[in-house]
Design a protein around this ligand. Structure first.
Ligand code: GDP
Ligand code: MG
Length: 439
C-alpha cells in the first residue's frame, strides 16, 4: 500500500496547483494501492471520489506544494474513513462492566481475553474472565493459563454446562466479588453457522453486556469487514477488535471495517505477548499507511513555529537521510522553541516515547549540544564523518567547548544513530508494507 501511494505523489512534482487533469494519474495509483491492500471496492470508489472532489477544490495555497496538499487530503480522508476519533471502551456505571467476545475460530479471542484484562488491570480495574468455550477442554486450560499469567481470576465450570448457564453463574460470582470488568470468552467455528449465532444470542441475553466485541483477524482483509457486518446484523455488536496487525496484513481490514459495518474498531492486537493490545488510533494508522510515520505531524507542528521554507527544508533532510550537525542543531533548537518536548520528541521518526525525566535530561543536554556544535568547523558540521574518523578533531572540539572527549564522541554517535533510524524508516517505506512502528 505504501509504495503504491508513494508513486502517486511523485507524479505531481513540478505542478503548481491540483487540477482534474493532473490528479487523474495519482488517483489511479491510489485506487490501485487500496485495492491491492484488499480494501473493498465500494469503499475504494467512495474514497477516491471524495479525495478527488476535495483536491480539485482546494486551489492554490501559498507555500504548500500540490503533492503535499494531496498527501494531506488523503491523510485526512483516511482518518475519517477509519472513524476519525479513537473509539473508547464503554464502562457500566453500576455493577460490573460486561464484555462479551465473539468471533471465528483461531482469530485470537482467548488471547484477547487475557490481553484485555491485562490492559484494564493497568487502569486499576479488577477483572474476571469467564471460560465459555465448552467444545474444546484445551480452550479452558488455555484461558486458565493466560489468566494466571496476567494475574486475573478465571471462572470455569468445565465443558458439561451450557455457555449461557456458565455466563449466568460467572456474572453472579463477579457481582459477589465486586469485580469491575467481566470478560467472557466464547467458542468460535471455522465459519458462521446458526448454532454459533444462537448460542451467542442466548449468552448475550443472559449477560446484558456493556460491550459485545467481535474479534477479527487483520489478515482476512475485506472479509473482516463483511464478518463485522454479519455479526452486527445477527447478534448486535458494539465494535471490533482487530488482531494480528503485526503480521503481513495489507491493511484492508483496518480501512474497511467502519465504513462497511458502521461499527468502530476499538482495539488492535499487534503480537502474541500480553502487552500487545492497544487502542485503535485512526490518525496513527493513517500515518502508517502513508508510510511517513509521524513525519507529517512533526512537520505540521514545526510549521506552527517555523517559517514554511525552513520546515520544508527540514522535512526534505529528514526524508533524504543527509542529516548533518547543522540540521541537528536546527532541529534541537526548534524542539526547544516548541516548548513542550514531550509532545514533539515522540514525533521524530524512531525516537519513540520519552519520560518526563528524559525530557528534563534533554533540556539540559541542549545547552551541552549547542556548545559542542558551535565549536565545530563548518566543514565538520556538514561532514560528521570527519569527526567520527579523527580523535584529534574530537579532542579539539572538546577543548574548545569545555566538554570531555567522551561527550563529543557521544554526540557524534547520536547523530549517526539518528541517521540510521531515518534510513531505516526510508527502507520501511520503500519496502511497501505498512510499518508497524511501536508507539
Ligand atoms: P481463538 O480461537 O479465537 O480463541 O484464538 P486464540 O486466542 O487461541 O489465538 C490463536 C492463535 O493466534 C494463537 O497462537 C495466538 O497466540 C495467536 N494470536 C492471537 N492474537 C495475535 C496477534 O495479535 N498477533 C499474532 N502474531 N498472533 C496472535
Ligand atoms: Mg479460544
Amino acid at each position: 500500500l505504501t509504495s503504491g501511494l508513494e508513486a502517486a505523489w511523485t507524479k505531481l512534482k513540478g505542478e503548481e496547483v491540483l487540477t482534474k487533469e493532473n490528479i487523474a494519474e495519482p488517483m489511479r495509483d491510489i485506487r490501485r494501492a487500496l485495492l491491492e491492500a484488499d480494501v473493498s471496492l465500494p469503499v475504494v470508489r467512495r474514497f477516491v471520489q471524495t479525495v478527488s472532489d476535495q483536491a480539485v477544490g482546494v486551489g492554490l495555497i501559498r507555500g504548500v506544494k500540490p503533492d503535499q496538499q494531496l498527501v494531506k487530503i488523503v491523510h485526512e480522508e483516511l482518518v475519517k474513513l477509519m472513524g476519525g476519533e479513537v473509539s473508547e471502551l464503554v464502562f457500566s456505571k453500576s455493577g460490573p462492566t460486561v464484555i462479551l467476545l465473539a468471533g471465528l475460530q483461531g482469530v485470537g479471542k482467548t488471547t484477547v481475553c487475557a490481553k484485555l484484562a491485562n490492559y484494564l488491570k493497568k487502569q486499576d480495574k479488577s477483572c474476571m474472565l469467564i471460560a465459555g468455550d465448552v467444545y474444546r477442554p484445551a480452550a479452558i486450560d488455555q484461558l486458565v493459563i493466560l489468566g494466571e499469567q496476567v494475574g486475573v481470576p478465571v471462572y470455569s465450570v468445565g465443558t458439561e454446562v451450557k455457555p449461557s448457564e456458565i455466563a449466568k453463574q460467572g456474572l453472579e460470582e463477579a457481582k459477589k466479588k465486586k469485580i469491575d470488568v467481566v470478560i467472557m470468552d466464547t467458542a468460535g467455528r471455522l465459519q458462521i453457522d446458526k448454532a454459533m449465532m444462537d448460542e451467542l444470542k442466548e449468552v448475550k441475553k443472559v449477560l446484558n453486556p456493556t460491550e459485545v466485541l467481535l474479534v477479527v483477524d487483520a489478515m482476512t482483509g475485506q472479509e473482516a469487514a463483511a464478518l463485522v457486518t454479519t455479526f452486527n446484523v445477527e447478534i448486535g455488536i458494539t465494535g471490533a477488535i482487530l488482531t494480528k496487525l503485526d503480521g503481513d496484513s495489507r491493511g484492508g481490514a483496518a480501512l474497511s471495517v467502519k465504513e462497511v459495518s458502521g461499527k468502530p474498531i476499538k482495539l488492535v492486537g499487534r503480537g502474541e505477548r500480553m502487552e500487545d493490545l492497544e487502542p485503535f488510533y485512526p490518525d496513527r494508522m493513517a500515518g502508517r499507511i502513508l508510510g511517513m510515520g509521524d513525519v507529517l505531524s512533526f512537520v505540521e507542528k514545526a510549521q506552527e513555529v517555523m517559517r514554511q521554507e525552513d520546515a520544508e527544508e527540514l522535512q526534505k533532510k529528514i526524508m533524504s537521510t543527509k542529516f548533518d550537525f547543522n540540521d541537528f542543531l536546527k532541529q534541537t533548537r526548534t524542539v526547544a522553541r516548541m516548548g513542550s518536548m514531550t509532545r514533539v520528541v515522540g514525533m521524530i521518526p524512531g525516537m519513540g516515547k520519552v519520560t518526563p525525566a528524559q525530557v528534563r535530561e534533554a533540556e539540559k543536554s541542549l545547552k551541552l549540544t549547542e556548545a559542542m556544535i558551535e565549536a565545530m568547523t563548518p566543514e565538520e558540521r556538514e561532514k560528521p564523518e570527519l569527526l567520527a574518523e579523527s580523535p584529534e578533531r574530537r579532542k579539539r572540539v572538546a577543548q574548545a567547548s569545555g566538554k570531555t572527549e567522551q561527550q563529543v564522541s557521544q554526540l557524534v554517535a547520536q547523530l549517526f544513530q539518528m541517521r540510521a533510524r531515518m534510513k531505516n524508516l526510508m527502507g520501511i517505506m520503500e519496502g511497501g508494507s505498512i510499518p508497524t512502528l511501536s508507539n
